[in-house]
Ligand binder design. Structure first.
Ligand code: 5GP
Length: 188
């Protein structure tokens, strides 16, 4: 892709794959925005409303769907998540890339939108490593963790429909790889 043309940058991957760390680093580059999604799930410790997500009630979320305000939306792990169409349009119109950290269903809908885009699927080196990372994060109870692991197989099966599949063996290497692919220059 040309880094002069603003693109939607889609990032997906299984739970605890390093996606969140990746987007937080990407937006440190000038000319890169993050699209703050709306969700009906509760905030995790440390998450800020309007920064990580906009946390909504189900009714507010449904109203956004009815108004056509969402570019894509999906139910993930029993909660609703969606991307605000206006947020993405504002970045692209301002000549900035906009990063969407969304699930495989959402990525499919964005693919159909016809917007200029490039997609990355971030995967852990193995399922064992993913389980260890999820345990180490310690933000989910065992029930929530089981639920998240259940969908990992389905998510990995869709990796091939992305432009790039990037293995997160080493976080810094993975981030540098994505930055290079985006023409952002990577680490100094
Ligand atoms: P988490 O609850 O761990 O922040 O996110 C759970 C899943 O929802 C992740 O796979 C994440 O990529 C996905 N997700 C977050 N925001 C959106 C969104 O706006 N749309 C869709 N389709 N998925 C999202």
């Amino acid at each position: 892709m040309s880094n002069k043309v603003p693109h939607v940058v889609v990032i997906s991957g299984p739970t605890a794959s390093g996606k969140t760390t990746l987007w937080r680093r990407l937006v440190q580059n000038p000319g890169v925005d993050f699209s703050v999604s709306v969700t009906t799930r509760s905030p995790r410790e440390g998450e800020k409303d309007g920064v990580d997500y906009r946390f909504l009630e189900q009714q507010e979320f449904d109203e956004l769907i009815d108004r056509g305000a969402l570019l894509e939306h999906a139910a993930v792990h029993g909660h609703s998540y969606g991307t605000l169409r206006g947020e993405v349009a504002a970045s692209l119109e301002a000549g900035r890339h906009v990063v969407l950290e969304i699930d495989v269903n959402g990525a499919h809908q964005v693919r159909e939108s016809g917007l200029p885009q490039v997609s990355f699927f971030i995967r852990p080196p193995s399922i064992e490593v993913l389980v260890e990372r999820l345990k180490a994060r310690g933000t989910e109870g065992s029930e929530e963790m089981d639920r998240r692991l259940e969908v990992v197989g389905q998510e990995l099966a869709q990796a091939e429909s992305y432009d790039y599949v990037v293995v997160n063996d080493d976080l810094e290497v993975m981030i540098a790889e994505v930055e290079t692919l985006l023409g952002l220059g990577g680490e100094a």
